[in-house]
Design a binder for this molecule. Structure first.
Ligand SMILES: Cc1cc2nc3c(=O)[nH]c(=O)nc-3n(C[C@H](O)[C@H](O)[C@H](O)COP(=O)(O)O)c2cc1C
Length: 143
């Protein structure tokens, strides 16, 4: 059955990853995602991970439980989740982008993106500008 779901969250990197560390993480993620037909995008913004994953609902639930327990990050906050009719990132087992302040300014019109607020005031989750930054890439990467 085609029961699609998505989850997006933000977390603090446990330690600053080198480029090599990121590549290793992406290699592991992409191998497993290909196997489970999970697609999505991982952003690195101000030392924080912002990730969107989509796929078959039971697989997404299982992987998200694993991700929550991963010691490579902490303080994970759920930003958004829900059902999907069609995939946004069907060709991407995990796209990756490191986002600088310039790009944030391009997308939001201003450079201020107070991500730490989200850890303090979780009620902002579903409307926080970081979701605008995240979903901005939906249009540019999906075909
Ligand atoms: C920021 C971050 C993003 C991750 N994203 C994924 C992902 O999209 N898919 C996945 O299978 N594992 C992802 N992982 C890895 C999982 O936490 C976990 O290590 C992996 O699923 C373990 O799989 P295994 O127990 O089956 O070997 C991510 C880890 C981190 C730190």
């Amino acid at each position: 059955m085609n029961n699609l779901k998505f989850v997006s969250y933000m977390s603090n990197q446990a330690q600053v990853l080198t480029n090599e560390g990121i590549e290793q993480l992406l290699f592991q993620i992409r191998e497993k995602n290909k196997r489970l037909a999970i697609t999505g995008i991982l952003l690195l913004i101000q030392g924080k991970f912002v990730q969107y994953i989509e796929g078959e609902a039971t697989e997404i639930d299982k992987v998200y439980e694993k991700i929550k327990l991963d010691s490579r990050h902490n303080d994970l906050v759920l930003l958004d989740s829900g059902e999907l009719n069609t995939r946004q990132f069907k060709d991407w087992s995990m796209a990756y982008k490191k986002i600088g302040d310039d790009q944030i300014k391009e997308i939001l019109g201003h450079a201020e993106l107070n991500l730490d607020d989200l850890f303090l005031y979780p009620s902002q989750q579903k409307t926080h500008p970081v979701l605008k930054v995240l979903y901005n890439f939906t249009n540019s990467l999906s075909t």
